[in-house]
Design a protein around this ligand. Structure first.
Ligand code: SAM
Length: 586
């Protein structure tokens, strides 16, 4: 404990956060609203409730969100150590799949992007939007029931002059940059006690001062607040607010279409690892953090701040620029990336794989023949792959598959560029109405998702969203294939197709030139391995568990419903009866 106070900034914050957490921990029942009297959380809540009644509307975003009470979190505690700052640790053994944290946001702000977003409900609006009657800022409708656009904010935004602007696009861009820090400052004004809590979070203020971001904040936030909004602001405070937001805010899908960035005090204490042991969702107004693997008492909890389908170099660069640290997790320190070889390329001399240099050397090395390769040669190959990936033909899965096959030969089957293209092809196919997808493309989805699930087992092990989404796409493809088989030969549950003499077609043979949807040849091949409805139902049950808190859960439920209906179809019933009879005979 002593050394905690060696770092004053961190130590002060730690004390405050631990106090905050203690009050939360002391209320175990997730449905109980009562907090210990005079506790920090209770004080915050009481003050908030008084405001809620007396100042309706003035700072609507803070209303309700301020009910930042996280309850019953006996699973975690906060610790501190010099290289990592504060972090959450398992206070007891935690089982894979257990919910570790459930927390309401302190505040929600819009994402920084140039797209107009409804100020009141945070729905991205595209080109067609209506302006707020008063300030002219984007709203999905003048009667939007969203509560984020409070009166004070509206009055300030009026001063930007969006209504009469000749260049609305640039006004909206500026507004999107300003809005996050502006809402934080309004929250401080409305609820001064939030200031201390917010500033207990890390801002990397000093490091940011030396970086380009500092000039950006000075120009587009501090100066814009002064000149456009006519506010007198403390530049240091604004920089710190922006630092806290950039370091701690979670990008969220608020529901299936609304998006935002939000601050969660305790969830912010989770450090990063590219091989995380927990994952987070936003579900029914709460951050839900779930253990993806078993975590033993005393182990730090890690979520991932980055993308598992990126190679080490890209992940580390992203973390170092956006979160100001050099990741030294197991995956980052291993040039084979845990044996996945997602950044390796095939050796031209032998069957081996050439792995990227680690911090100690500058050349790439084959793990089999030991050949050393100059970094420039391999990097230009990877760059060419990245360019091809960024120009992948849209709505042309055959074309995309050709590129994929070419890059597989150049970069290897598991390379991160190849993996990202595989996932992009899966999404391009499966996001179309399934009735319009050729059987060949459905087959492709099955093959690619199987390969990606194998990869996911290494880079995102356990109960994870990525596995859930891959399994969902695979099950959707299988169930469409199965239905086509049943429709093509309903009398015998598709088995006559199995006995047919058609040519076996495999997804790897290349693109289909015909757009014939009911491609019986392919069905012949696949009816040999098509899972039964029961098998697909158990796959869906796994998806339901994995995606329990995901916005795509309704799709899983719908798929389960469709499969249950299929189970009742005469062809499947007949098949099951015959199956049961032959089992009895056997
Ligand atoms: C959301 S905060 C996490 C809590 C933070 N450690 C604190 O004390 O407030 C993110 C910051 O934590 C630090 N951090 C997170 N993961 C880390 C890691 N694996 N190694 C080193 N620092 C890390 C970085 O400074 C990063 O910008």
């Amino acid at each position: 404990m002593e050394k905690v106070y060696m770092n004053r900034e961190m130590g002060d914050g730690l004390l405050l956060l631990r106090t905050y957490m203690d009050t939360i921990q002391s209320t175990k029942d997730p449905d109980t609203k009562s907090q210990p009297e005079n506790s920090f959380a209770e004080r915050l809540l009481q003050e908030h409730r008084c405001k809620k009644h007396s100042e309706v509307q003035s700072s609507d975003f803070a209303v309700d969100n301020y009910d930042a009470a996280v309850r019953g979190h006996d699973a975690v505690e906060i610790q501190w150590s010099p290289p990592y700052g504060r972090y959450l640790v398992a206070a007891r053994d935690i089982d894979a799949g257990e919910v570790i944290l459930r927390e309401k946001p302190l505040l929600i702000v819009p994402r920084i992007n140039s797209e107009p977003t409804c100020l009141a409900c945070m729905k991205p609006l595209g080109k067609d939007w209506e302006g707020c009657n008063l300030c002219g800022g984007p709203l999905c409708s003048p009667h939007c029931a969203g509560t984020y656009h409070g009166k004070k904010e509206c009055i300030l935004i009026c001063r930007i002059g969006i209504k009469n602007s000749q260049n609305i696009e640039s006004c909206i861009k500026q507004l999107n940059i300003l809005l996050g820090p502006l809402r934080v400052l309004l929250m401080f004004q409305e609820s001064p006690e939030t200031t201390e809590l917010f500033f207990a979070l890390q801002s990397h203020e000093k490091e940011r001062r030396k970086m380009h971001i500092s000039r950006f904040v000075e120009e587009h936030v501090v100066r814009a607040m002064e000149t456009l909004l006519g506010l007198e602001v403390d530049s240091g405070v604004v920089h710190r607010v922006c630092g806290v937001l950039d370091t701690n805010a979670f990008e969220l899908s608020l529901d299936q279409c609304r998006q935002g960035r939000a601050i969660f005090i305790l969830s912010s204490m989770m450090n990063h690892s590219c091989l995380s042991n927990a994952q987070r969702w936003y579900s029914e107004g709460n951050m839900v953090v779930r253990a993806s693997v078993d975590i033993s008492k005393g182990t730090p909890l890690f979520i991932s701040y980055t993308q598992s389908l990126w190679g080490t170099r890209a992940r580390r660069a992203h973390l170092s620029v956006s979160k100001m640290f050099l990741c030294k997790c197991k995956r980052c320190l291993d040039s084979t990336e845990l044996g996945s070889h997602m950044s390796s390329i095939p050796c031209r001399e032998c069957q081996g794989l050439v792995v990227p240099p680690d911090d100690s050397c500058s050349y790439w090395t084959c793990t089999l023949c030991g050949k050393r390769i100059d970094a420039n040669a391999t990097e230009s190959l990877v760059r060419a792959g990245a360019i091809a990936m960024n120009h992948l033909p849209k709505d042309d899965t055959a074309g995309a598959t050709l590129i994929l096959e070419h890059l597989k030969r150049q970069l290897g089957d598991n390379h991160y560029i190849v993996a990202q293209i595989k996932y992009a092809v899966v999404q391009a196919i499966i996001n179309r109405p399934l009735k319009d997808v050729t059987s060949r493309d459905l087959t492709r989805v099955v093959t690619l998702t199987k390969e990606l699930i194998t990869l996911a087992t290494i880079i995102e092990p356990g109960i994870t969203r990525f596995r859930g989404l891959l399994l969902l796409e695979q099950t959707r493809a299988w169930s469409e294939i199965l239905q086509r088989c049943l429709e093509a030969a309903p009398a015998d549950g598709g088995r006559s197709l199995v006995a047919g003499e058609g040519r076996c077609v495999d997804a790897d043979e290349g693109p289909n030139t015909s757009d014939d949807i009911n491609h019986n040849d392919e069905l012949v091949h696949h009816s040999n391995n098509i899972p039964s409805v029961q098998m697909l139902l158990s796959q869906v049950a796994e998806c339901e568990y994995l995606l329990q808190y995901d916005p795509r859960l309704p799709e899983v439920t719908q798929l389960a419903h469709n499969l249950r209906l299929l189970l009742k179809s005469p062809a499947v019933v007949q098949q099951n009866l015959e199956g049961a009879a032959s089992k009895r005979q056997g």
